[in-house]
Design a protein around this ligand. Structure first.
Ligand code: PEP
Ligand code: MG
Length: 556
């Protein structure tokens, strides 16, 4: 199962799922008439909750967590509060069901606490927790909150609330897995702080059966149910090797012999800047501006664009930021830029720069917003067009940039024609950035969106590597910003082919940095030559690895 890895490391254990919320017993629900029995069960439920909390407190103390015991003992006291019991008895005496009586009695205390200052208000959560535990017992529902377990477990939840995790014992939780959440979700932050592996945004996480053993790889973002001993051992060895190697992976990108290769991040907007900085990006190599405007009926205002661009530009005062103009069309339709008509092959239709030439005013206002956004900032702003096919298109884009005051125009090389005639395009612009995702799609005539063609959408295809060569040798700086740049072995090969910078999604940066710094430029060149001499993607991969021996240090 594949999700997003947000905290590295490997953990294995049985699944324990956080039970969902306990529903409020309906107002007006009545008991069957035996008030005495109803009272007994209500008070017994409260006592059982208190005893359980105390017992868990003792266990917490035995594990050295005396603060945890104090919190749990305080909760047990609340459950045994005589005033609360009186309230429950009175409501049951009037015919209210036990569960509803508990709910209402707690309600009185809840209102008192909520109005008694910030510290007391924060205790409302504790009170709700006791109430829900008692109601769950009365209604025969699973007890909410972090599950009990005699052995360390993998905590699975739809998402984790701060209240769920406050009492977590790090020694008990070997990994977190959630169905929702992202890299900056509470779960992710908590997991990283605790040093526990975590995978978030995993579809189907909560349908994993209770008790199933799973292997969680927080770097790869994978969850494997029922792993073999060998699979667990292999994953642990990989994680250990990676952790020690990545610990040393800092600073600017370079090969072992000091050949500089700036390592940049791919971003979709200001929200991605934090992860880029955290992973040591030296700048941005691909700012996918269309991501700002998907699902929008009207074009963005000039001010809105300027602000989004400025936030990203300002984050890299000493680096460069490569902004890509709107890449609308095909798989990224923008409602305010409709295609000219029905396109039988949208990937071969009006997308990228082709679309912008139909809407020159949109291109001009984007370029103008970029110029304004960069004014007064020290960052180097570079702007590139997507889906450029020939020198004439490159010249058109360069002229539009010049007109708008953009000083460093470039083009993406993602159409085979552009790669093959790279020298002609290089005469028009200052730099190239190879989009290996599309270059592979077009070189192999295999639609990116067709899952069944995955074997042909592989940037290790020797034909794709062949197309990198003319682009990298055309006399202008040539980066790679497709997914290929984030594959540590392929990153070395690309450097060996003459690529001058690599841009990737932020979490890939440390591993690529570590792979590069372990190999010399000569080794990268040898790996590149071996890969190009191969006859298939699989053979290219294998042939390259033979020249990159220290990938093994990284568990690769
Ligand atoms: C690419 O095609 O490789 C690329 C980086 O652009 P996108 O994935 O946004 O099409
Ligand atoms: Mg592309």
């Amino acid at each position: 199962m594949q999700g997003a890895g947000v905290s590295p490391g490997v953990g294995t254990g049985p699944v324990r799922t956080i039970a969902g919320a306990v529903p409020e017993p309906p107002a007006g629900s009545r008991h069957g008439g035996d008030a005495g029995a109803e009272r007994d069960s209500a008070l017994a439920a409260l006592e059982a909750v208190a005893a359980d909390l105390e017992e868990r407190g003792e266990r917490a103390a035995a594990a050295g967590n005396t603060d945890g015991r104090d919190v749990l003992n305080a909760q047990a006291l609340m459950a045994r509060d005589p005033g609360l019991a009186d309230g429950v008895r009175a409501a049951i005496g009037e015919g209210t069901s036990a569960a509803r009586a508990v709910f209402e009695a707690f309600g009185v205390y809840r209102a008192m606490l909520a109005g008694a200052g910030e510290y007391m208000a924060a205790r409302v959560t504790d009170l709700d927790d006791i109430r829900d535990r008692a109601i769950a017992r009365l209604l025969g529902l699973p007890v909410p909150g972090v599950p009990e377990s005699d052995e360390p477990f993998v905590l699975v939840a739809r998402d984790l609330a701060p209240a769920d995790t406050a009492v977590l014992d790090p020694a008990q939780v070997v990994a977190f897995v959630t169905e929702e959440g992202g890299p900056t979700s509470h779960t992710a932050i908590l997991a990283r702080t605790m040093g526990v592996p975590a995978v978030v945004a995993l579809p189907g996480a909560t349908s994993l059966a209770e008790g199933t053993r799973v292997l969680v790889d927080g770097a790869a973002g994978t969850v494997l149910p029922d792993p073999s001993e060998a699979e667990v051992a292999a994953a642990r060895a990989t994680a250990a090797a990676r952790a020690s190697a990545l610990g040393e992976s800092t600073g600017p990108g370079a090969t072992r012999d000091g050949h500089r290769v700036p390592l940049l991040a791919n971003v979709g907007g200001p929200k991605d800047v934090e992860a880029a900085l955290a992973n040591g990006a030296e700048g941005v190599g691909l700012y996918r501006t269309e991501f700002l405007f998907l699902d929008r009926a009207a074009p963005p205002s000039d001010e809105e664009q300027e602000e989004a661009y400025r936030t990203v530009l300002a984050a890299f005062p000493e680096g460069r930021v490569v902004v890509r103009t709107l890449d609308a069309g095909a798989d990224k339709p923008l409602a305010f830029l409709p295609a000219p008509g029905e396109e039988p092959n949208p990937a071969l239709g009006e997308r990228g720069l082709r679309m912008m030439r139909r809407h020159p005013d949109v291109l001009a206002s984007q370029l103008a917003a970029l110029t304004r956004a960069a004014a007064g900032l020290s960052v180097e702003l570079q702007v590139m067009a997507p889906m450029v096919t020939d020198a004439e298109e490159a010249a058109y884009f360069a002229a539009a940039c010049r007109e708008a005051g953009v000083e460093h125009p470039g083009v993406m090389v993602e159409v085979p024609a552009a790669a093959l005639r790279a020298r002609d395009l290089a005469a028009e612009v200052e730099f190239f950035s190879i989009g290996t995702n599309d270059l592979t799609q077009y070189a192999c005539a295999a639609d990116r969106q067709v899952g069944g063609l995955a074997h042909l959408q592989d940037p290790w295809q020797p034909a794709v590597l062949d197309l990198v060569v003319p682009a990298a040798g055309a006399g202008v700086p040539c980066g790679v910003c497709g997914e290929a740049a984030g594959d540590p072995a392929l990153a070395c090969v690309l450097v060996g082919l003459g690529v001058t910078s690599l841009s990737m999604s932020a979490p890939s940066l440390p591993l690529v940095r570590a792979a590069l710094v372990r190999h010399t430029l000569e080794e990268c060149r040898a790996a590149a030559a071996a890969a190009r001499a191969a006859r298939s993607a699989g053979q290219a991969r294998e042939a390259a690895r033979a020249h990159l021996p220290r990938l093994a240090d990284l568990g690769l």
